[in-house]
Design a protein around this ligand. Structure first.
Ligand code: OAD
Ligand code: ZN
Length: 255
C-alpha cells in the first residue's frame, strides 16, 4: 500500500482520536545523528557491548569505564538537534493538548523541540546522581563541565562521597514506579497510540502498545523496519519518522 495512502489512513485515525499518546524510541533521534541503542559503536567503544556496560554490576566493578562510556555518549549527543520528527510531535501538542510522549530515549531532543508533556521512562543522560541516592531518589548531583580527559576519577557525591552516576535506567534496574504508572495510565486511557522508532525489545516500555489495544485503542507504528510492535499495529507506516511525521501533521492541519 503506497505510503501516501497510509498517511491518509493515519490522518483519518488521528482526526477521530480524542486521547492520543505517543511512544518513542531511539529511532526518533536517529535523524538527529544520535545512534540508536543497538547501532554499532565506533572507535574505542566498538569493542564493548553497550548492554554489558549499562548495568549496575559494570559500574560497581569498573566505575571509570562506565562513567567514560556515558561521557562518550554525552559527547556524541551534545551537537544533536531536534529533527523534523521531534518538531512534528511538538506541533501535534497544539492539536492534542492532553497528548503525552512516553519516551525510552535519554536525550532531551523532545524538550528541545518544544514538547512539554514527556514521561522519560529511562532517565536523562545529561543528569547525574549519587549512586547511593543518599538524599532520596534521585539525589541529583551537578557535575562541573570538566572535560572527561582532565577528570582524574569518577566524580564523588558531595553529601556522602559515593561515586556519581548518570541518571539513567540500567539493564536489570527497576523503573521509577511513578513514571511507570503514569505511562500505563496514559496508555490505558488513550484511544490511539503512535509508536515511533522502537524495536519493541525492552519491557516494560514495549508493553504500552499492548495496554492501549487491550483498552480498545488503536496503534499506529512508524518504523522503516518491522519491530516487535508491528504484529499488533493497526497501521504500520514503513519509513523514517523525520519524513513521515511532518507529512501526517501537515495533512492533519489541512483536515
Ligand atoms: P533500538 O535501537 O532497539 O531500536 C531503534 C528502532 O528505531 C529500530 O526498530 C529501527 O528500525 C528504528 N529506526 C531507525 N531509524 C529510524 C527512523 N529514521 N525513523 C523511525 N524509526 C527508525 O532502540 P529502542 O527501541 O529505543 O534501554 O531501545 C529501547 C531501549 O533499549 C533503550 O531505551 C535502551 C535499550 O536497552 C535502556 O537503556 C534501559
Ligand atoms: Zn550521596
Amino acid at each position: 500500500m503506497a505510503i501516501e495512502h497510509q498517511i491518509q489512513q493515519a490522518v483519518a485515525l488521528m482526526k477521530a482520536s480524542e486521547r492520543l499518546v505517543v511512544l518513542t524510541g531511539a529511532g526518533v533521534s536517529k535523524e538527529s545523528g544520535v545512534p540508536t541503542f543497538r547501532d554499532a559503536l565506533d572507535g574505542l567503544w566498538a569493542q564493548y557491548d553497550p548492554t554489558r556496560l549499562a548495568t549496575p554490576q559494570a559500574f560497581a566493578a569498573t566505575p571509570k569505564l562506565v562513567w567514560d562510556f556515558y561521557e562518550y555518549r554525552r559527547q556524541i549527543m551534545r551537537p544533536a538537534l531536534p529533527n523534523p520528527a521531534h518538531r512534528a510531535l511538538a506541533q501535534l501538542e497544539r492539536r492534542f493538548p492532553e497528548m503525552q510522549i512516553i519516551t525510552q530515549n535519554v536525550d532531551d531532543l523532545h524538550e528541545q523541540a518544544g514538547s512539554t508533556r514527556i514521561i522519560r521512562l529511562h532517565g536523562n543522560i545529561n543528569a547525574n546522581k549519587c549512586s547511593k541516592d543518599c538524599q532520596g531518589d534521585p539525589t541529583n548531583v551537578v557535575v562541573a563541565d570538566v572535560d572527561s580527559q582532565q577528570q582524574r576519577d569518577v566524580p564523588r557525591c558531595p553529601h556522602c562521597g559515593s561515586y556519581v552516576r548518570p541518571d539513567v535506567v540500567w539493564f536489570g534496574e527497576m523503573l521509577s514506579v511513578e513514571l511507570l504508572d503514569a505511562a500505563k495510565i496514559a496508555s490505558a486511557t488513550a484511544d490511539l497510540m503512535l509508536v515511533i522508532g522502537t524495536s519493541g525489545v525492552v519491557i516494560p516500555a514495549a508493553d504500552m502498545p499492548h495496554i492501549t489495544r487491550r483498552a480498545g485503542g488503536k496503534v499506529i507504528e512508524i518504523n522503516p523496519i518491522e519491530s516487535n510492535i508491528t504484529p499488533i499495529a493497526d497501521l504500520w507506516l514503513c519509513g523514517a519518522a523525520g519524513d513521515i511525521l511532518p507529512r501526517i501533521v501537515a495533512a492533519l492541519a489541512d483536515a
